[in-house]
Every structure is written in C-alpha cells, then in structure tokens.
Design a protein around this ligand. Structure first.
Ligand SMILES: *Cc1c(COP(=O)(O)O)cnc(C)c1O
Length: 458
C-alpha cells in the first residue's frame, strides 16, 4: 500500500515513510492510494478474533510489508486494563464503546501506544534517533508521553499552557520521570505553545539537525489504529447496519470512522458528528458552511477547536479524489477562513454524516440523566456524543457511542452533574503525591529552541 498527498504533489511513499513523515512535504495530508475494502470471507473470519489479532489484520491492510506488526500491536494493547481493550457495553437502548482503558484514560492511547512502538521499531531498523515536539491542550500530551516513555532513540518535548490544563491532566504528564521525557509549561495559552512549535518546525536546519517528529492527529498511523475499534464494534453487534456517534474536535476519530465505513460497505450507516458549542463541523454538515469562529472554552476542552486538521482528508474524497481542486480549496480557506458548499454537496455529505452541536446545559443534563437512569457515568466528551446520538438516531438502527475519556479525567464537570466527584481508577489515585518534573519557560520561541538544543538527541 502506497500513500499519496491530498494536494497531489509528492511521489507516493510506503506506509513506513508515511508514518515518519506526518504531514506531507507539499503541505497536504497523506492517504492510501486506494482505500481498502474487506471481502466477505475476511469479515467472517474477523468475527471471532480478539482485539489485538483484529488490529493486526485491519492495520495490515494499510501497512503492507511490516513483519513486526503483530508483535507491535500485541505490545501496544497489553498496556490496556481491560481484556477486550475497547469493550462494548449496553447503556439503555444505546451502546457505548469504551475507548478509555489505556494508560492515560483517553481514546488517544489507542493510537499513541501503537505510534510509540512504531517509531521505536522504525528507528531501530534505520539506526536513527528522533526528538518529538508537540503542544497540547491536555489529552494528546499525556497520551504521547506514555506512548514513548523510556524508549531508546526518542526524546519527547511537550509544551502545555502553564496552569491552564486540568490538575489531573498536568500531573499525568509531569509525574512521568523517564529521562527521555521533557515537559515544558509555557507561560501563555495553548495557542502560544502551538505557535512556538510551528515556528520551530519551520526552522528547517534545526528540524533536520534534531530530526524533529510530530505526534499530532494528522499522522496516518493514528487514523489507522482508530479504524480497528469501529470494525470491532460492528462485528460484536453483528447487526445489519450500525450508526456511530463520535464526539469530534480535529475530525480525526470520525475520519477513522469514514475509513471503516468504506472498508465495510453497507455495515456502517451514518456517522453522527457531535460537537460542543465550537460548532464548525456541525455547520459544515448541516449547512455547508465551513468557516472559522472564535474558540470558546467548554466542559469538553479536547474538542474546543475551530480548525479541524483532518478535514482535508474528507474534503479530498468529497472532491472525487481531485488533489488539485483540494489544494485550491485549502489555499482559499487559508486566505479567507471559510469554505462554502452548495446544496448538492451538502446532500452528499449527509449521506455520510448527521450532526448535532451540543450545549453545555445539554452536556451536564446528559451526564446526570444517564447516571440516574442507568447508573452509568459519562465524561463530558462522551456525553456530547451520547446527546447527539439521542437526537440523530433512526428507528431500528443501533447506535454505538464512542466514549473517549474516563469520567475521572474531568472531575469538576462530572461533580457539577451528579453532585460528587467520580471514583478514581488506580492510575490516578494519589497522583498529587507523586514526584513531578517540569520546566517553566516564557512563551518565547528562542527559550524553547535553546531548551531543546540543550536536551535533544543529536
Ligand atoms: C482528542 C479528543 C476528542 C476529539 O478527537 P478528534 O480526533 O480530535 O476529533 C474527543 N474526546 C476526547 C476525550 C479527546 O481527548
């Protein structure tokens, strides 16, 4: 399987190279030359497989020749605290797919545990090193750190906004004391951290000298790891057709759902795209209006996003795989901050997606009602998905709601809904008492660049 760019101006590359490249060198995103379609015999065989075995099969369709894949997958999901990895549970007349059984209790572990192992494996094969650099608003940073802690040939530098992530999120990063982990608390906002990371990646000599690597959600390996749990849920339910409700920020998780839908024709009906009040993608699906708004802080902070970095991948398919057209539209969006789609295109989008923008009140009410009626506790992100599912569901079609974080990660929001804090799982118990390490730096590119130069592998 070879990979092309949504903007059409790179020579096709192999999976391994696509993983190391992250963003395509022409500014586009990488996609397989052809999306795979599973045949009936494979699907029948997959039904009885345990999660890691299914992951090897599904990821294998995208990875081509990678003999170590089985071992890497096995290793990646051995860190999860549930034997099924992503268990499917019934909550009232909906299904919830729990994606939060990994080391940092959010769905990002599913992809970043594998990406850490892939990086280490590919570097060992090539005899190299890398320095991972990223900015986080909370969940991605800790999942990435836990994905590469203690690895040979990899140092990781994660910038978070000083005292602007939740206390639990901060501690999940700073209490990891492996010598290859460097937490930097930037005295500024998430956007300041993001701008610093961008500026350093744009310094090409520095980037090459330190072999800077990215872990953000545009990495194809992250998408492909997430395709697996959609397939897993479809096979577990064994219904004729299933809808999925997906709480969305960067369009990464739901794009994995789109790839799964193409992989299993007829088995996934509609993807219900759930946003919080940052409703860019809701406006796109319902009105064809993809225009940047101002970011508002909500109870589901991992979805407080107004530019969806994976949207370009879907746009490429919406454009009938026309890379030149996709490039022109993305350049237009970069210049104007908006794209408008006509009614015909909107109708086409609505074959794939339904959508709902869920208010803060509705989020709290959904956590409260689900707990009261079913004794099941949702985190605020998962509650956004469940609320959208209740609104967009169709008679007779089962809906699987993706639960993207454990409620104990967002204690304050949960306490507001049910009047008490959720019980903490072992990974978080006493986390405040553990030793922590973190460098506090001004929101200044030079200061961060100097810090990386001092502590980076080279
Ligand atoms: C990152 C995140 C999301 C959004 O995922 P995308 O792939 O950006 O759409 C939803 N919920 C939680 C808990 C997250 O950490």
């Amino acid at each position: 399987m070879r990979y092309i760019s949504t903007r059409g101006r790179i020579e096709p590359v192999e999976f391994q190279e696509a993983v190391m490249m992250g963003l395509a060198t022409d500014g586009g995103l990488l996609l397989p030359q052809r999306l795979p379609v599973a045949d009936a015999a494979s699907v029948a065989r997959w039904r009885s497989l345990a999660y890691p075995d299914l992951a090897r099969e599904v990821i294998g369709l995208f990875a081509g020749d990678l003999p170590a894949l089985g071992a890497l997958v096995e290793q990646s999901y051995a860190t999860f605290d549930h034997p099924e990895v992503t268990p499917l549970v019934e909550v009232g007349d909906l299904y919830v797919l729990e994606l939060f059984h990994g080391p940092t209790l959010a769905f990002k572990d599913v992809a970043l545990q594998l990406l850490g192992n892939l990086f280490e494996h590919l570097l060992a094969a090539r005899g190299g090193f890398m320095n991972i650099l990223g900015a986080t608003s909370g969940d991605t940073g800790s999942a990435a750190i836990h994905g590469v802690r203690g690895r040979e040939g990899i140092n990781i530098f994660i910038l978070h906004p000083h005292k602007r992530v939740s206390p639990v999120q901060e501690l999940q990063m700073t209490t990891v004391l492996d010598r290859n982990v460097f937490n930097i608390a930037v005295q500024g906002t998430f956007d300041d951290g993001q701008a610093i990371v961008k500026a350093i990646f744009n310094d090409i000599p520095f980037k090459e000298r330190y072999r800077l690597g990215a872990i953000n959600s545009i990495n194809w390996a992250r998408i492909v790891a997430q395709v697996v749990y959609y397939v897993y849920a479809v096979l577990r339910l064994d219904a004729h057709e299933v809808d999925f409700a997906v709480p969305t920020g960067n369009f990464g998780d739901i794009f994995a759902g789109y790839v799964a839908r193409r992989l299993l024709p007829g088995r996934i009906g509609r993807l219900i795209l759930a946003t919080n009040t940052n409703d860019l993608l809701f406006r796109f699906v319902t009105r064809g209006d993809y225009s940047k708004g101002a970011v508002v802080a909500t109870l589901s902070p991992s979805m407080d996003i107004q530019v969806a970095s994976n949207f370009e991948r879907y746009l490429y398919y919406l454009n009938g795989e026309d890379a030149e057209r996709t490039r022109a539209m993305m350049e237009d969006f970069a210049a104007t901050g908006r794209l408008a789609f006509d009614a015909g295109v909107v109708a086409q989008v609505q074959q794939d997606f339904a959508s709902r923008a869920v208010s803060e009140e509705e989020t709290i009410a959904t956590i409260a009602a689900t707990y009261k009626e079913h004794g099941y506790l949702l985190d605020p992100h998962s509650a956004v998905g469940l609320a959208a599912a209740q609104h967009c569901r169709r008679p007779g079609v089962p809906v699987v709601c993706l639960a993207t974080a454990h409620p104990a990660k967002f204690e304050a929001a949960v306490a507001r809904a049910i009047g008490r804090r959720p019980e903490r799982p072992p990974a978080l118990r006493d986390i405040e008492k553990r030793p922590a390490r973190c460098e506090i730096l001004p929101a200044d590119t030079e200061a961060v660049r100097r810090y990386i130069a001092r502590h980076g592998l080279q």
